[in-house]
Design a binder for this molecule. Structure first.
Ligand code: ADP
Ligand code: MG
Length: 203
């Protein structure tokens, strides 16, 4: 079972990964965007860590809902509301219980990813964060590490895609040949989850 501390560690690991990779995320957002994805997420996750320190989060669902709300209010770009929705909806699905199972987390994350698809109107193949989130969350049935790897592969697979949603879609065919920044940060998020699960001695 996973308690609130596990989820705070996940958010802390995600923030560290975003900090480490912020420059690369912004570089990926240069040719097919407006070069702010790294700075957007750095601002957002720095605020998430500050709120998690300031406010009590007794349950896994509380941690993710607070993190999601913070991302929505601090990230200006498209990715703020989308990641905020992912975490809020996942947190809502986890409810108020002090501990959740891996199966509950898997189910809740699927709901969260569904909410992202609904909000942004995108589907896999559109060259967005969903190209990492959908295969990543599907692979959670195998293991946390498999989820991280599938998300990374999903991010790499966005290179030959033409963007059909978000800012990159304005470029049409010229969006082909570049890796999607949001898919790349989604792989970081699921990679952070795998790291935390492994250090907690998971499957
Ligand atoms: P902005 O595009 O507003 O500058 P960011 O640069 O922070 O926001 O985030 C861009 C990323 O957001 C893209 O790489 C893509 O993965 C994701 N994204 C954009 N629009 C959508 C959408 N409609 N559905 C899913 N993801 C999207
Ligand atoms: Mg951008």
């Amino acid at each position: 079972m996973r308690d609130a501390e596990f989820f705070r560690r996940w958010m802390t690991a995600a923030a560290a990964a975003v900090e480490r990779e912020a420059d690369r995320l912004t570089e990926l957002d240069s040719p097919i965007g407006d070069a702010d994805h790294g700075s957007n997420l750095l601002r957002g996750f720095t605020a998430v860590l500050a709120t998690l320190e300031a406010e009590p989060t007794p349950a896994p669902g509380t941690v993710l809902q607070l993190a999601g709300r913070t991302l929505i209010s601090t990230v200006g770009g498209a990715s703020g509301p989308l990641y905020g929705t992912l975490l809020r909806r996942t947190g809502k699905a986890l409810g108020e219980s002090a501990e959740v199972s891996d199966a509950q987390l898997r189910e809740a994350l699927s709901e969260g990813v569904g909410a992202v698809a609904q909000l942004g109107g995108a589907a896999p193949g559109d060259k967005t964060m969903l190209d990492a989130l959908v295969p990543g969350v599907a692979a959670l049935g195998t293991s946390y590490r498999a989820a991280g790897s599938a998300a990374e592969e999903g991010a790499l697979a966005t290179v030959p895609m033409q963007a059909r949603k978000g800012r990159a879609s304005y470029l049409g065919e010229r969006s082909i040949g570049h890796q999607d920044p949001g898919a790349t940060s989604s792989a970081l998020l699921l990679g952070a989850l795998a790291d935390v699960a492994e250090s907690a001695g998971a499957r």
